[in-house]
Design a protein around this ligand. Structure first.
Ligand code: HEC
Ligand code: HEC
Length: 408
């Protein structure tokens, strides 16, 4: 099932797209002329959904997750920690069996059967038949685990894949904490993260302050990735996470960190996949807000607040609503610091020590907001800016601004 790595080219043209100037009431500019190779996009989709980069050596041999899954994780438990089931991978008989309840959702054997069908989003299992019985022998994870969800069209947690949508029902820490190979202290850290959050530095610096899983869509034209703008392209993070977090086989070196990040887990099964993987992500558009989910007249007034009294467009500029291609911002400029509960600053743990202005399209889809999730709603975002930046917005201006943010 592993996709074949092949040299793929992303043709980047016309990178010099124009940023809007702040303070004027402008329409959204056309997307930058950046052309993606359709073959690479198609390969990247398979990689995004199914490639483990050989990370089974960690999730199976080190964490022994296969033992836990096959004995203790029935589908109901799996859904409760936010794992999703892809109905397109289910044969009609299985769909029917779930519907008429002849297939048990409270038996771990059903989870193994779903893994055999490759139907659990972001989890890859190897199932071997031993004495006529299906046994889960290997398990690994893919990018889709954190950055895909489903449309719930069959039932809650069961439906068609929505690639690039962050899975904010997923509790990655609680899942990792199921491993029998961890100490009680490590389990306590993992269990403290909660839904939709993951600390991608904990295994380097031992500090604990998880980040909200961001979308992997809407990044075409963005040449600054992660909350702290650590990389110039999506492939930077993809290499980081594939090697250092998923524990796939490859290498990652970041000399800006003290001490430098230097992970060598060879032979390299990551590099060859990166161009196509990046092309697929850049092809993912942010989901548009549905009619009726916001008030268009209020949103139009809110746009005036965004560029005017709210001063939002001084940083959230241009088609991507971000100035990140030209500058980053110091922690003192962001309203999301200091971190909640006295946690360590994410910027301080990054390569840049700064924050990137987050692109804002598809905002309605992915609450909570800011790297640490300090704002549970868009109302809370606006309230926070109003207070911290002393904007003195009226309640009508604030309400209109929220409607505008919901429309992006
Ligand atoms: C365990 C959960 C998890 C997995 C698995 C994971 N990511 Fe992420 N991803 C995150 C988190 C958390 C961040 C935020 C990191 C930061 O900004 O400091 C992130 C950041 C990103 C970003 C940056 C988004 C932006 O706005 O700059 C992209 C793109 C992305 N991930 C794609 C991927 C791809 C592709 C893979 C597979 C190679 C992957 N991720 C695997 C959790 C995950
Ligand atoms: C000084 C530059 C600057 C200004 C001015 C600014 N922002 Fe931001 N904005 C940022 C940065 C940097 C981040 C990322 C901070 C983080 O993740 O903690 C951000 C994050 C956000 C987010 C969170 C997005 C997400 O996906 O989590 C929203 C929403 C937002 N800003 C809206 C606004 C609004 C509305 C205004 C005006 C009231 C505004 N911003 C003004 C720089 C700015």
């Amino acid at each position: 099932m592993s996709p074949t790595p092949r040299a793929v080219t992303i043709i980047l043209t016309g990178l010099a797209f124009v940023f809007g100037t702040s303070g004027c009431d402008k329409e959204r500019a056309a997307p930058p002329a950046e052309t993606l190779d359709p073959t690479a996009v198609a390969q990247g989709k398979v990689i995004f959904r199914y490639a483990t980069f050989g990370d089974e050596t960690f999730w199976t041999d080190t964490l022994r997750m296969h033992e836990v899954i096959r004995t203790a994780v029935d589908p109901t438990t799996a859904l409760s920690v936010g794992l999703k089931v892809d109905t397109d991978s289910l044969p009609p008989a299985v769909v029917q069996g779930i519907q008429n309840k002849s297939i048990s959702l409270t038996s771990p054997a059903t989870t193994v059967a779903l893994l055999k069908l490759n139907a659990v989003v972001g989890l890859r299992g190897t199932v071997t038949t031993v004495n006529g019985r299906d046994v889960l022998t290997r398990v690994g994870i893919t990018c889709a685990l954190c950055h895909s969800t489903v449309d719930n069209s069959f039932a809650a947690g069961i439906g068609k894949r929505l690639d690039g949508w962050p899975n904010h029902d997923l509790n990655p820490g609680a899942i990792i904490a199921l491993s029998p190979a961890l100490t009680a202290a490590q389990k306590a850290v993992y269990n403290s993260w909660g839904k939709g959050k993951y600390d991608a530095r904990y295994n380097f610096d031992g500090q604990n302050n998880p980040s909200v899983i961001p979308p992997a869509y809407g990044l075409l034209g963005m040449h600054s990735v992660t909350y702290t703008g650590d990389g110039a392209d999506v492939a930077y993070w993809n290499r980081y996470v594939a090697v250092t977090q998923m524990h796939g086989h490859g290498s990652f070196v970041e000399k800006r960190m003290t001490p430098p990040d230097d992970v060598q887990n060879l032979p390299d099964s990551v590099s060859a996949f990166l161009p196509a993987l990046q092309a697929y992500q850049l092809s993912l558009s942010p989901p548009t807000a549905t009619a009726g989910s916001f008030d268009p007249a209020a949103a139009k007034r809110g746009q005036v607040v965004f560029t005017g009294a709210g001063k939002c467009a001084s940083c959230h500029t241009g088609a991507l609503f971000s100035d990140a291609n030209s500058r980053l911002h110091a922690p003192t400029e962001v309203v999301s610091e200091p971190e909640p509960n006295g946690g360590p600053s994410l910027a301080s743990r990054s390569a840049t020590k700064m924050y990137r202005t987050t692109p804002l399209r598809g905002l309605w889809q992915h609450a909570p907001y800011f790297h640490n999730g300090v704002a549970p709603t868009l109302d809370a975002v606006v309230e926070l800016y109003n207070t911290r930046k002393s904007l003195n917005l009226t309640s009508t201006q604030k309400a209109d601004l929220v409607q505008y943010l919901k429309s992006l």
